[in-house]
Structure formats: structure tokens, C-alpha cells
Write a protein that binds this ligand. Structure first.
Ligand SMILES: Cc1ncc(COP(=O)(O)O)c(C=O)c1O
Length: 360
């Protein structure tokens, strides 16, 4: 067993509603821990998936989500890759580009999926601290690049902070990145941020060493199908295509993506609901004494006075049927993250938080 695999800790997913119901003897549980879309899956994605059910005995060929994505985003099919979630594409990036002598670089307090994949390949991973305001510190990352740095992973908006770095900040950072260094821009939450004029939608400026990753898991409500996509220079994509599993993504994943990308109605409904409930939740949290960090995504992070209190809040909420995410595994032991739910889920969350605070 390679030592870097033996020493890995497996990914711990959020607790499921069924498990929490059973453990605490509850009949009503809401899960606000995994940044899933509370409105369910895109109806057009479901329709497309139903249309392929009778063909699932066949290997997935013919249905080309890549072509649909190229048309939708005004690029060539040679610049598009799809995979089993954006994490599936990250796994391909690790296999395709990282060699033994390379290092990867990212921020603390960010999505750990890429780090787990890189460590699973024995790639040293260096991080720089978040800024005091929980934003990714791009100047510190630029200063940390060395001759072994092969890849920089940046999530924008960042999970779990919900913060973004701006066009100006990214442009200044990019000038310091040598051409040989690949940058992954993980835009899993870009739909929630794209109307913010300061947000650098990476499709508007293509750099040869930038790979954009996006997903159908979040705004399109398709986390269970495992379908994501990415854009990059055709040479990078051509090499990723050599390494990718031949029949990934699945026929259902392809169909779901083709349906979802046309589902403007669901996209707008999801954005509207998220913005409305997030505004309300923010106000309610401020009223009861919390200071959530401003978010451009579908979740809010709250710094708590201490790690013990953050852990206690998470535990007290789950015992009453609200699953939130305690962020020790993200390197933020005094923070919790709340996914934006429906209006009803949000009222249940706030009522339960008030109960917990009274009892404390
Ligand atoms: C920043 C970020 N990237 C990627 C993912 C995983 O996305 P996918 O379901 O497409 O693998 C997540 C999921 O939480 C995420 O927060």
C-alpha cells in the first residue's frame, strides 16, 4: 500500500435525513448540510432521463452533452469535457497532468475534494491561510508559487465561505502565474454569482492554462446523477480525453445534462428562491446575534465564538432535526455552514436555532 494512500482519511459525507430520524427518533428532519438544491431536480432533466430508460442496456454513445454545452456557451466541442460530477473531471486532471515531482497549491478553508484526489496520488499539497475576512488570499497564493508548483486549485465562489474573488483580483493574480502552471477554476456555484458585476466568469476570458469546472449538481438539482463539465484549451481537453474512462459520463448523466442546460425556467426559479430565502435567513441570523459571511452561493457560513460552541450548535440542531455542516474538516473549526433551503425549511431552521439559543 503506498504510504500516501494508507494515511488518507476517507471523505465523510453529510449525515442523511433517514439516519438522523432513526438516531434521534424524529419524524421531521431537514438537511441543510450539502448545498443541494431544495427545489429538487430540474424537470427537463428528469424528462430527458426518462426518455433513455429503455436504452440503459446499451453503452452510452450518441447522446453528446459536450455538443450541447459547446453550443450553449459559444465554444468548440474540442474545448469541452464532461465527467461524473466535476469531481470526476478533477480525478482525470490529477491522473493526466500531475507527476511525482509536482506540487499543488490552494487556499486553506476551501473545498477539499481536489486535495483528497491529489493526496491520493501522493502529490504534495501546499496551502496558504484565508484572509481575516474569509476571502481567498490571491496575492499570498501568487507569492507561494515555486518551481515545483504544477497546479493551483481555486474555487470561486468558494465553498465553504461563499466568498468570491473579483475580476480585478484575479487579473492581478494571473499576471504572477507562470504559463507552465495550470489553474483549476472550480465554478460549481457560478450560476449564483454570475450576475454580480465583480464576479470573473471565466468563460469571458479564456487563458490557455486555465481549466474551468462546473456542475449540474447544484443549481440544476442533479447531485445524485453525477454529471459535471469543464472548459479548457483544446490541447488540455485532448489529453484529458485520452485518460478519461471511455464510457463516462453515464447515459443518464448525459441525458440529464442535455435536459438541464435547456431548463431556463428551473434555473430562474432556483435563483429567485435562493436569493429570497438567503436574504431572509441573513436578516434572521443577524437578529439573533450571528454574523454570517456575505455569500454569492447557495449557502451561508457563520463564524461562532469558539470551536466548542460551533460543535455544540451543530449537535443541538441535529438532535432537533436540522442537519447543518460543522466545518472542522474544512479547517474552520469555529464555523458552521447552512445551505439555503425552501421557505418552510428556513422557518424550521430559525425556529430551531431560537430554541437552541434559549436552552443554552
Ligand atoms: C466547490 C465545489 N466543487 C465541486 C463540488 C462537487 O461537485 P460535483 O457534484 O459536480 O462533483 C462541490 C460540492 O459540494 C463543491 O462545493
Amino acid at each position: 500500500m503506498p504510504h500516501y494512500v494508507a494515511s488518507l482519511r476517507p471523505y465523510v459525507a453529510g449525515r442523511s435525513t433517514e439516519e438522523v430520524k432513526q438516531t434521534y427518533g424524529l419524524s421531521h428532519v431537514v438537511k441543510l448540510a450539502s448545498n443541494e438544491n431544495p427545489l429538487g431536480p430540474s424537470p427537463l432533466a428528469l424528462e430527458q432521463m426518462r426518455s433513455v430508460l429503455d436504452h440503459l442496456h446499451l453503452y452510452p454513445t450518441g447522446l453528446d452533452l459536450r455538443k450541447h454545452l459547446a453550443d450553449r456557451f459559444g465554444t468548440k466541442i474540442e474545448n469541452v469535457i464532461t465527467g461524473s460530477g466535476s469531481e470526476g473531471i478533477m480525478a482525470n486532471i490529477v491522473r493526466t497532468f500531475l507527476c511525482d515531482e509536482d506540487e499543488a497549491l490552494t487556499s486553506e478553508g476551501t473545498f477539499i475534494g481536489f486535495e483528497v484526489l491529489a493526496r491520493g496520488r501522493g502529490i504534495p499539497f501546499r496551502t496558504v491561510p484565508l484572509r481575516a475576512d474569509y476571502h481567498i488570499d490571491l496575492p499570498a497564493l501568487a507569492a507561494a508559487i515555486n518551481e515545483r508548483t504544477k497546479l493551483i486549485y481555486l474555487a470561486n465562489p468558494n465553498n465553504p465561505t461563499g466568498t468570491i474573488f473579483t475580476k480585478q483580483e484575479f487579473d492581478a493574480f494571473y499576471r504572477h502565474v507562470p504559463e507552465r502552471v495550470l489553474i483549476i477554476l472550480d465554478e460549481a456555484y457560478f450560476e449564483y454569482a454570475k450576475d454580480n458585476a465583480r464576479y470573473p466568469d471565466s468563460m469571458f476570458y479564456r487563458y490557455d492554462n486555465v481549466i474551468t469546472l462546473r456542475t449540474f449538481s447544484k443549481i440544476y438539482g442533479l447531485a445524485g446523477v453525477r454529471i459535471g463539465y469543464g472548459f479548457a484549451h483544446e490541447e488540455l481537453i485532448a489529453n484529458l480525453m485520452k485518460v478519461k474512462l471511455p464510457f463516462e459520463p453515464s447515459m443518464l448523466g448525459n441525458a440529464a445534462g442535455i435536459g438541464a442546460i435547456e431548463d431556463r425556467e428551473f434555473l430562474h426559479r432556483s435563483l429567485e428562491s435562493n436569493a429570497r430565502v438567503m436574504r431572509r435567513l441573513r436578516d434572521q441570523l443577524l437578529q439573533i446575534g450571528f454574523q454570517p459571511v456575505s455569500s454569492d452561493a447557495n449557502f451561508l457560513m457563520i463564524p461562532i465564538a469558539s470551536a466548542e460552541e460551533a460543535q455544540r450548535l451543530t449537535q443541538s440542531l441535529v438532535e432537533r432535526g436540522v442537519i447543518i455542516r460543522y466545518l472542522a474538516n474544512f479547517g474552520l473549526p469555529n464555523c458552521v455552514r447552512l445551505t439555503i433551503g425552501t421557505d418552510e425549511e428556513n422557518e424550521f431552521l430559525i425556529d430551531t436555532m431560537k430554541q437552541v439559543l434559549v436552552n443554552a
